[in-house]
Design a protein around this ligand. Structure first.
Ligand SMILES: Cc1cc2nc3c(=O)[nH]c(=O)nc-3n(C[C@H](O)[C@H](O)[C@H](O)COP(=O)(O)OP(=O)(O)OC[C@H]3O[C@@H](n4cnc5c(N)ncnc54)[C@H](O)[C@@H]3O)c2cc1C
Length: 491
């Protein structure tokens, strides 16, 4: 029997869940508090002609994104043009930089030039990373994770040792590489997973394969092209979107969720998928129906929040690539400020994305579109004066790196975004940007469940549940939850 399914939120996981649930023959309505889809991956255009992607900028694991479109009979190329970046990105250190080429042979040469024997070790590292990527993507990542028994198969048991679940990422990398720059380069991708390299299982070297080997891509027009394409796919399946519709309550009766209150109006449904931040989604329920207590959320390790600046310059900035990581300071000290001190960093690292280096559509001609991002602890107070202090520090380091003096003279657009904005815009617990950290005790079955334990027709999806944070995992999360909702027996 077809179900009437309501989805709360039109972020990546909500769009994915909507498309898959509608493909299964259900009637799907998506309620989104903003005027547009995308959630953390929204985009906006300024009056003076800049177009900013608000969140994701690293298009990695392109095969997972391709798979979404293939599931509906499309190809990525039906919707947007993907450009492979070369170099993929640059890492700036205090004593010289590393520019990461797209070509794997050139990457090996680079490694060898930094450390004798590192090219051979890169081969060995990438061989196992590829294995983890393939096994992880085929056998692990699509599980709903209700119980460990889902992982009890001969094939999985056989591969478990090779997956390095019990080794930490830092010591794993150090077995292959000695030079601090190579170690920093290999450790950097796990920052996406929201925890210190020593607290992340070495399984996640699969990210190095998904990034460095499969390449860093850019959708012309910006990351938002993916969102528009996913919305189109969902609409083609019959999904109905309701923007500027904030869900205020999940209505239940006898442990069945039978309606939503949206903008003050009650609407009936057979099943509900909450893709809004998990903690917030549970505030839409009565207390005794929640899966998790406040104490539970307090005890979780959250991935960072961040300070972001969206900037426009009326001049081209020299010596700057599309992606640049400013790693002149110590990674561990910055990570310590996020997870241990839970305070603003003394000597921060940051990331700069300049999409106008690749895409003429995102800035007026001769101008530059720049996005600066500094990861910080969740829950920090983020008043304007503190944001500005770090802004000036980042600009100073940009000037040093690019050799362009007085950058501020050319600034013609500036907007900051931080903890408070994540809370206001996304109802994000403590202003988290990337959900929960992928530490071992927050992996798979140990993540917040996709199913409400008391209300059998209420489900959760998105970066706070399985498989985890990031664009590809959020797409997969939507697919997993749609499959589970489809199994639900209706009376
Ligand atoms: C700054 C930043 C940079 C990132 N960079 C990358 C990157 O380079 N590569 C990568 O792979 N990943 C990146 N990520 C992570 C990635 O963007 C996220 O993992 C992913 O977008 C999360 O999608 P989601 O659907 O789980 O959540 P969201 O995008 O937050 O979607 C949830 C939606 O629910 C809506 N909502 C909330 N409450 C309600 C309500 N009561 N009623 C109705 N609607 C509601 C929200 O408005 C939102 O649209 C980045 C994230 C951030 C924040």
């Amino acid at each position: 029997m077809n179900k009437r399914i309501a989805i709360i939120g039109a972020g990546i996981s909500g769009l994915s869940a909507a498309a898959y649930a509608a493909k299964d023959g259900n009637i799907v309505h998506v309620f989104e508090k903003h005027a547009q889809p995308g959630g953390r991956a929204r985009q906006y255009t300024t009056e003076n002609g800049y177009t900013f992607d608000m969140g994701p900028s690293w298009y990695w694991m392109p095969d997972i994104i391709d798979q979404f479109f293939q599931d509906f009979g499309y190809r990525v190329a039906d919707f947007y043009e993907l450009i492979s970046l070369d170099p993929q990105f640059e890492m700036v250190f205090g004593d010289g930089n590393l520019s990461i080429p797209k070509n794997y042979l050139e990457l090996k040469h680079l490694f060898e030039s930094v450390e004798k024997g590192a090219a051979h070790n890169l081969d060995k590292f990438m061989q196992t990373a590829k294995y983890k990527y393939e096994v992880g993507m085929q056998d692990f990542v699509n599980k709903p994770c209700f119980s460990w028994t889902e992982f009890f198969s001969f094939k999985i048991a056989k591969s478990a040792i090779k997956l390095d679940l019990l080794t930490n990422f830092r010591s794993y990398v150090s077995k292959y590489f000695t030079h601090p720059k190579l170690r920093a380069l290999m450790e950097f991708p796990v920052i996406f997973l929201g925890a210190a390299p020593q607290n992340i299982p070495a399984l996640y070297s699969l990210m190095n394969y998904g990034g460095y080997a499969l390449g860093t891509w850019y959708p012309m027009g910006g990351f938002y092209q993916l969102i528009l394409a996913m919305q189109k796919v969902a609409e083609n399946q019959g999904v109905q979107f309701h923007f500027n519709h904030s869900v205020e309550k999940i209505v239940t009766e006898n442990n069945i969720a039978n309606a939503l209150v949206v903008n003050g109006v009650k609407m009936d449904f057979d099943a509900i998928i909450a893709s809004s931040d998990y903690h917030h989604s549970e505030t839409l329920l009565d207390g005794n129906q929640k899966n998790y207590t406040e104490k539970y959320w307090e005890s979780r390790t959250f991935a960072p929040s961040c300070l972001i600046y969206y900037l426009g310059f009326n001049k081209k900035i020299p010596n700057l690539l599309h992606h640049t990581l400013f790693f002149e300071n110590d990674l561990d000290a910055h990570v310590h400020s996020i997870y241990e001190d839970k305070n603003w960093p003394e000597k921060p690292l940051f990331y700069a994305c300049c999409p106008s280096k690749t895409d003429p559509n995102v800035a007026p001609q001769g101008h530059e579109n720049l996005f600066l991002l500094m990861p910080i602890a969740t829950g920090l107070s983020d008043e304007e004066s503190i944001r500005e202090k770090y802004f000036l520090e980042m600009i100073k380091r940009l000037e040093k790196h690019t050799g362009e003096k007085n950058l501020l003279e050319y600034l013609d657009y500036k907007r900051s975004y931080c903890v408070k904005d994540f809370i206001n815009d996304y109802n994000a617990y403590k202003g988290n940007a990337y959900g929960l950290a992928n530490t071992l005790n927050q992996t798979a079955v140990l993540k917040p469940s996709i199913r409400n334990k008391k209300i059998k027709n209420l489900f959760y999806t998105g970066q706070l549940t399985v498989p985890g944070p990031g664009v590809p995992p959020s797409i997969i999360s939507g697919k997993i939850v749609a499959t589970e909702v489809n199994k639900l027996e209706m009376k």
